[in-house]
Ligand binder design. Sequence first.
Ligand code: ZN
Ligand code: FE
Length: 258
Amino acid sequence: MGVTIEIVPCLKDNYAYVVSRSGDRRALVVDPSEGEPVRAALERLGLELAGILCTHHHHDHVGGNQALLRAFPGIAVFGSRTDATRIPGITDLLDDGDEREHAGFAFRALHVPGHTLGAIAYRLEDAVFTGDTLFVAGCGRLFEGTPAQMHASLNEKLAALPPSTKVYCGHEYTLKNLEFAAHVEPDNEAVRDKLERVRAARARGEPTVPSTIGEERATNPFLRCDAPTIRARMAERGAASEPVAVFAAVRRAKDTFA
Ligand code: ZN
Ligand code: FE
């Protein structure tokens, strides 16, 4: 038991993840932005690709699908049913709550609309792959969904996972996100502590994933729309006090945060 998750930096600030288990050469990859870095990681680790998990249809998450399908013909490509025509090479259409067993791995799809309408988070053992829905200390922009959808995806689906669940997201945006978190909730000590740790990690060139659901609940402003300081800040900007209105105001504030 127990999977190993290898972080594979891609493009400017994307992460793909190679998932494997000891004693088995078969691997899965989550969100291969590009083929080559993933192929190189598989070779270095002595693994063979058995499947691709796609969190959503954006090119910086599925851009490597075709190259990997050429290198490993016939492998399964998982993604949302909503993205049936938008994810290159998709073979397995997922709905909310679907469970799959593939190549010795068991995982479950959580439909988390907001960034896109078909966004999927993958729960696999004690990890969750959140794509551009939940970032460390942030969340994705609302390209296709509504604030109410994104608020529910984050606060009802993802925040409800066990606090120890490890969070692997699609981009290294953590430092900027935490600077914003400290701006909207300056009295949050957990944010200040994490900002310091993340500054040091980034200065050493280290990734800030994984986080945990527990840490996100303590530091991520998009999971903290009922925090008094955040509500007061957003009230100053004219937001009503109910959680979706606060969430929408925080998302707008982040869009224009320098
Ligand atoms: Zn995206
Ligand atoms: Fe992205």
